[in-house]
Design a protein around this ligand. Structure first.
Ligand code: ADP
Ligand code: ASP
Ligand code: MG
Length: 426
């Protein structure tokens, strides 16, 4: 008998009807003798509604109070789920994050989990309960309620699985696994049977919101068996995130295309070309806790150069204001900004052993007349910043250029089969 952590996303608990379905599903697992820790998100749209409410009172809400508000969404679903399970004749008990000792740091709205107390959960499991723990939330040392950033219930589930040494962590969502790209943008996208942690980390960090990036980091670090599955289908093995790479022969060059609409570009024009300038520009940006993504500095001409970088769109106004002050200090000519950019990336561990990926990617985009504003590469990814209006086109074109719609031999020829066994309820 296994201990399984099952996370259900917002759509999967989006109505009382769906909550009842989750309870029925859990009943089948319990009938097989498995122990279950259930980690729901808030009902679909609820977290957005709560944040919007807070913003009606204050356009930039106090982060501590915002977390107090946002954390309530999950408190509703844990109670409803526990009741739905009682109706199925199951023993079940709900707990908020703080109640089961989910200890986080104090970075309100994007806190990190530091520790989880096992005692209360173990006790409730030993009493025969399905243990329902609110995702997305915890408390810091002082007992302040914290939340883990958007999509954070994934991380709650994986952290619980790690702390409790669960046999598997199953992420139930509205798609039946991880696809070669977002199936909402490319209907021909193909479900992957497996994807490596490394690739999933890149996909998540480059914008594929199917898993929150920290959940993948946690799973990799603590060796949690992590699987993405559909909450609407009873069949199917979903996608297993594995540590294994496929054999070189069978390795597809590109495993997926990720994208992020949330990019904004800032450029400091006419920057003096001398040591320390990048630090003078980005230092104040970092001090304001603004994450910088891509950075480009052009070749200097006549002792000056242009310096561009991208930030999350929600940080754009703040970053622009900071640069205005920096401009005076360093004697730059001007600041320009663009909030209609986006980032598209090709990801694959197979890139390591296959040259020519960048040229294929740039060629495919050039054929459609898509201008590349910025480029960045790492060992297993190539990202480009382009105009947002071309996003869907670029994703479709790249998906096709790398033949991702076709079944690839690689997904069949997996090594380490022992790792891929699925635990099924029947
Ligand atoms: P949940 O509410 O269950 O956490 P999310 O909306 O956070 O669900 O994540 C699931 C969504 O992620 C899918 O509906 C899909 O549109 C999107 N998505 C983006 N990239 C991918 C991908 N590569 N594979 C699967 N889904 C993806
Ligand atoms: N409810 C939170 C959100 O909408 C957490 C989650 O869904 O994972 O971001
Ligand atoms: Mg999510």
């Amino acid at each position: 008998m296994a201990l399984i952590v099952q996370k259900f996303g917002g759509t999967s608990v989006g109505s009382t009807e769906r909550i009842k379905n989750v309870a029925k599903r859990v009943a089948r697992w319990r009938a097989q003798g498995h122990s279950i820790i259930l980690v729901p998100s808030a009902m679909a749209g609820e977290t957005n509604r709560l944040i919007a409410l807070a913003k009606e009172i204050s356009p930039s809400p106090d982060p501590r109070e915002l977390d107090v508000i946002a954390a309530t969404g999950e408190q509703v679903t844990i109670g409803l789920l526990a009741m739905a399970m009682h109706a199925e004749g199951l023993k079940a008990k709900s707990f908020t994050g703080p109640q089961v000792g989910v200890l986080t740091d104090s970075t309100f709205t994007k806190a990190r989990i530091l520790k989880i107390d096992q005692d209360r959960i173990r006790q409730a499991l030993a009493e025969g309960n399905v243990v329902v723990v609110a995702g997305f939330q915890g408390a810091d040392e002082k007992g302040n309620i914290t939340t883990l950033g958007r999509g954070g219930s994934d991380t709650s589930a994986v952290a619980l699985a790690a702390a409790m040494k669960a046999d598997e962590c199953q992420i139930y969502t509205d798609v039946d696994g991880v696809y070669t790209t977002d199936p909402r943008v490319v209907p021909e996208a193909r479900k992957l049977d497996t994807i490596t942690f490394e690739e999933m980390l890149e996909m998540a960090s480059l914008g594929s919101k199917v898993l929150q990036i920290r959940s993948v980091e946690f799973a990799g670090k603590y060796k949690v068996k992590l699987r993405v599955l559909s909450s609407f289908q009873d069949e199917g093995e979903g996608t297993l995130i594995t540590v294994e790479e496929r054999g070189n022969m069978e390795q597809p060059v590109i495993s997926g295309i990720a994208f992020n609409r949330d990019e904004a570009k800032l450029t400091v024009l006419g920057v003096p070309d001398r040591p320390g300038i990048a630090y003078q520009i980005l230092g104040p940006i970092a001090d304001a806790s603004i994450d910088v993504d891509m950075i480009i500095q052009n070749i200097g001409q006549y002792d000056t150069t242009d310096f561009s970088f991208t930030v999350n769109r929600s940080d754009y106004n703040k970053a622009f204001a900071i640069l205005q002050a920096v401009k005076e200090k360093i004697g730059a000519r001007d600041i320009t900004g663009d909030t209609t950019t986006c980032k598209v990336s090709a990801v694959g561990v197979g890139m390591r052993s296959h040259p020519g990926v960048a040229s294929k990617m740039f060629g495919a985009l050039a054929k459609e007349g898509i201008n590349l504003q910025m480029i960045s590469t790492s060992e297993i990814k190539i990202s480009v910043v382009i105009e947002e209006k071309y996003l869907e086109l670029a994703v479709r074109v790249l998906h096709k250029a790398f033949g991702l719609e076709k079944p690839q031999k690689a997904t069949l020829g997996l090594t380490g089969r022992g790792e891929t066994d699925i635990i099924t309820p029947s």
